[in-house]
Write a protein that binds this ligand. Structure first.
Ligand SMILES: [Zn+2]
Length: 243
């Protein structure tokens, strides 16, 4: 039972995008098998060979733009449409939460559709109608410097402003939904503890394929594919809310 005036915060990871077909790139992926992840997703890699890095990102942009939100993303939107105050803190760089209709989304690791100037830090976004067929290094319309993908790479720190906004939300959260994340990567690993500090009555639900290090502090862990378990949970929550 979640009271209708509860503030709900979602922590989501790659498990929620899996059913949409978003590749995680942790394994070996055909075309890019010969490249080490570290040669494609670090500031050093970009300084060394920006064209190669952009080719990889164009390829990924093409893949992500062909995916659609799944029933887990849509279930969260359904909660929001039913009047719940819900905010999503996601580790994912795709925009599937937004495309499902969620209005409050914080991207902890940046956004693959974001473009950031390396000189003046101007931020723009790829249009959804873009085709990513001619990999060129994009140039800033304001200062003509190179534009880089707006994601957080290895060897980079997260945006302190984004971390602060996440903490502010966690401090006032009544219900935490941990969805499709192993919970071992910082800062997400600490988020449930930070939320607990702010509220002894915090309720934590975890949705995952298997137990994680965060399971021990969850009030309930619901195992299974999140695109099945989350819509069920949301339907039950909304039914109980009506009673
Ligand atoms: Zn610029």
């Amino acid at each position: 039972m979640i009271s209708t005036d509860a503030k709900i915060t979602v922590i989501s990871g790659s498990g929620i995008s899996k059913a949409s077909g978003v590749p995680t790139f942790r394994g070996t992926d055909g075309l890019w098998k010969k490249y080490n992840f570290m040669e494609l997703a670090t500031p050093q890699a970009f300084a060394r060979n920006p064209k190669l890095v952009w080719e990889w990102y164009y390829w990924r942009l093409g893949l992500v733009s062909q995916t659609e939100p799944n029933n887990a993303h849509l279930a969260l939107k359904k909660l929001e449409s039913s009047g719940y105050d819900i905010m999503v803190l996601t580790q994912n760089v795709d925009n599937l939460h937004e495309r499902a209709g969620s209005s409050k989304v914080i991207h902890l690791h940046g956004e693959i559709f974001q473009r950031r100037c390396i000189q003046c830090h101007d931020i723009t976004y790829w249009k959804s109608t873009e085709t990513y067929e001619n990999p060129i290094i994009p140039k800033c319309p304001k200062c003509n410097s190179m534009i880089r993908p707006g994601v957080v790479w290895f060897h980079e720190t997260l945006d302190p402003d984004i971390i602060q906004r996440s903490y502010n939300r966690l401090h006032v959260t009544d219900v935490l939904l941990i969805i499709g994340t192993s919970g071992v990567i910082h800062p997400v690993a600490t988020f449930p503890y930070i939320a607990k500090q702010g509220n002894e009555n915090l309720i934590v639900y975890e949705f995952n394929l298997e137990p994680t290090p965060l399971s021990s502090l969850a009030d309930k862990t619901i195992l299974g594919p999140v695109e099945k378990t989350l819509p069920l949970f949301v339907s039950e929550t909304l039914d109980k809310g009506k009673e």
